[in-house]
Design a protein around this ligand. Structure first.
Ligand code: HEM
Length: 369
């Protein structure tokens, strides 16, 4: 579909948005935020103020990244790696002797959520509550489309704000070594973040940091279960794991597209776009554009260079990419060390979710040592 779109209608007006599928146009739309903004008009998830930093345009956007970037560096994430390794092994312990698991339910969903709770210093008992909130916002029941998202999301959004309001009070009373305490202590030009700014960042973290890693794990394990020769490569040469993850991010693009709104009348590739129209740069199409990737339909775990756009691009490029990479690396390394050989349970029909690519259930079967 990406190829067909790119070659026939690279600027495609769908009922919801103008869809861009050529890498050059996508790159331009991600960089030129004065033309294509990711502000609150681009997507409405029931939030009452802009989610920070995604829904703030440059130049104001930069001040938030100056505070947040240092909290998510590869070095900071490496510090968390032993804890994540332990967690991953505890999760595998629960099904390793059973010879089967629902990978989605028992691994891909709880892992990122638990890591997130630990990172922010929140009680692990809140796991179920978090998952429920995230699902309400991202996949509202009976989703009636883009324009009614506010009504369906608003009550849950309020509960999320209230929860984080209490968590911030708690962290002010007893600061600790976690990301929430660090955000409370941080200052921009001598000023700390306001309560509302802290809440608007936390809200985005919940939306951006849980589902995306679940989606990636689901997509990666479906691919690896169906391609034993690629899986064997990971088992036999674990050192290629970092570049294999980049290639799986490129090929699977678990976040297939992002949302923008046109800030003025403009045109892309000769196609007029009016102020206020929604625009969707398709990251999955960018990641398979032969203008950048030689032999784009070949999955090559040693591809180099590999400038994929699975984390977006321009100023809003993913803040959590190093956290995501660390979680994916540990998950793939430990799982394949302990369960090198698996397949999707015969007879399974996989159901991919819309928008963000997870599967509703992923039954895997494997031999028990
Ligand atoms: C493999 C997993 C992930 C993928 C594929 C992914 C993908 C993306 C993409 C495509 C964007 C750009 C959105 C846009 O331009 O509209 C983005 C932004 C963002 N992501 Fe991620 N993400 C992942 C994991 C995470 C995690 C774990 C966090 C945790 C904090 C996170 C936090 C954010 C934030 C805060 C932004 C907004 C950045 C800004 O506006 O400056 N992401 N992500």
């Amino acid at each position: 579909m990406y190829k067909a779109l790119r070659e026939s209608t690279p600027v495609f007006r769908s009922p919801q948005a103008v869809v861009l599928s050529r890498l050059a146009d996508i790159e331009m739309a991600l960089k030129r935020t004065e033309l294509f903004s990711s502000n609150m008009d681009a997507v409405d998830l029931g939030n009452i103020r802009p989610m920070i930093p995604l829904q703030i345009d440059p130049p104001e956007h930069a001040k938030y990244r100056r505070i947040l970037d240092p909290l998510f560096t590869p070095r900071e994430m490496a510090r968390r790696e032993p804890g994540v390794t332990e967690l991953v092994n505890q999760m595998i312990d629960r099904f390793a002797d059973r010879g089967e698991c629902d990978f989605h339910e028992e691994f891909a969903v709880p892992l990122p959520c638990t890591v997130f709770l630990q990172l922010l210093g929140l009680p692990l008992e809140d796991l179920e509550q978090f998952l429920e909130w995230k699902d309400h916002i991202i996949r509202p029941e009976g989703d009636s489309g883009f324009d009614r998202r506010h009504e369906t999301g608003a009550p849950t959004a309020q509960q999320i704000y209230d929860y984080f309001d209490r968590a911030i009070d708690d962290h002010i009373t007893s600061p600790r070594d976690d990301v929430l305490s660090a955000m409370i202590a941080a200052t921009i030009e001598g000023q700390p973040l306001s309560r509302e700014e802290l809440l608007d960042i936390c809200f985005l973290f919940l939306i951006a940091g849980l589902d995306t890693v679940t989606d990636s794990l689901d997509c990666f394990f479906v691919y690896l279960a169906r391609h034993p020769e690629h899986r064997r490569q990971l088992v036999e040469q674990p050192e290629i794991l970092p570049s294999a993850i980049e290639e799986l991010l490129r090929w699977e693009t678990p976040v297939p597209g992002v949302a923008r709104v046109a800030m003025q009348d403009t045109e892309v590739g000769g196609c007029p776009i009016s102020k206020g129209e929604r625009v969707s740069p398709l990251l999955g199409a960018a990641n398979t554009d032969p203008a950048e990737f030689a032999d784009p339909d070949r999955v090559d775990f040693t591809r180099n260079p590999n400038r994929h756009r699975a984390f977006g691009g321009g100023p809003h490029r993913c803040l959590g990419s190093h956290l995501a990479r660390m979680e994916l690396r540990v998950a793939l390394r430990e799982f394949h060390r302990r369960i090198p050989d698996y397949e999707i349970k015969p007879g399974t029909q996989l159901m991919y979710t819309a928008a963000l690519r997870s599967v509703e259930s992923l039954p895997l079967v494997f031999g028990v040592a």
